[in-house]
Design a protein around this ligand. Structure first.
Ligand SMILES: [Zn+2]
Length: 190
C-alpha cells in the first residue's frame, strides 16, 4: 500500500529526477480522475497501471474511490496488487470537483480507444470544465468511455483543434489529429 501526501508532489523543482516526476504525474492523474468522477463508489478509470512486472506492462487500469474530504482518495490496479492512498487532495490545483451546479443535459457515452484517451489527457490548454470531462473517462471492454454532453463535446473538440493547429511536435501532431477525428465523428453521430 503506497500512502502519499499530495502536497509533497505539487510544484516539484525543475531538477526532480525522472522516477519522482513520473510518480507525481501518476498521482496527479489519479487525483484528477477521482475528483472529476462521482464520489462514494469505486469506478475504473481509463488510467493505465504504470507497473511493469517481469518487464511487461501491467494491463490493469486504475480503480478510484473518493469520499468526502479529509478522507484520502483510495486507488488500486484492476489487475495487479498495486494500491494506495492519497491525502491532502481537496482544494489542491488538481481537485476537479465542480464548483457550481450544472444543468442536467443528456450525457452521451462515447466509446474511444485508449490512444485517444491518452491524447486527451495530455492536452495542455484545457479549462477546468473540459479537464473534468477528460478525467471522467472510464475503462470499458472496448477501450474507454467518455461521458459528455453535446456542449462538453463541442468545447473539447475546440480545444483539440486549437492544440493540433499549434503542435509542431511530429509525434504529438498525429495523436491530436486522431483524437480530433474520433471526437468529430462522435459529435456527428449524435
Ligand atoms: Zn497493475
Amino acid at each position: 500500500m503506497m500512502v502519499t501526501d499530495l502536497h509533497h508532489f505539487l510544484d516539484l523543482p525543475a531538477d526532480t529526477p525522472g522516477p519522482a516526476r513520473r510518480l507525481a504525474e501518476q498521482l496527479s492523474n489519479i487525483v484528477r480522475a477521482a475528483t472529476a468522477g462521482d464520489a462514494g463508489s469505486a469506478w475504473e478509470t481509463a488510467l493505465p497501471c504504470p507497473r511493469r512486472p517481469a518487464n511487461r506492462r501491467c494491463p490493469g487500469r486504475i480503480i478510484v474511490l473518493r469520499t468526502e474530504p479529509p478522507a484520502p482518495i483510495r486507488w488500486q490496479c484492476s489487475v495487479c496488487p498495486d494500491r494506495g492512498l492519497i491525502s491532502n487532495w481537496a482544494d489542491s490545483p488538481l481537485d476537479l470537483r465542480p464548483r457550481r451546479l450544472t444543468l442536467a443535459d443528456p450525457v452521451n457515452q462515447i466509446v474511444i480507444n485508449h490512444e485517444v484517451a491518452a491524447a486527451l489527457r495530455e492536452l495542455r490548454l484545457l479549462d477546468a470544465d473540459c479537464e473534468r470531462v477528460v478525467f471522467r473517462i472510464r475503462a470499458h471492454h472496448n477501450g474507454a468511455v467518455l461521458p459528455a454532453t453535446d456542449d462538453d463535446l463541442e468545447e473539447l473538440i475546440g480545444f483539440v483543434a486549437a492544440e493540433a493547429n499549434h503542435e509542431s511536435n511530429r509525434r504529438r501532431q498525429p495523436r491530436l489529429d486522431t483524437a480530433f477525428n474520433a471526437l468529430n465523428n462522435a459529435a456527428q453521430a449524435q
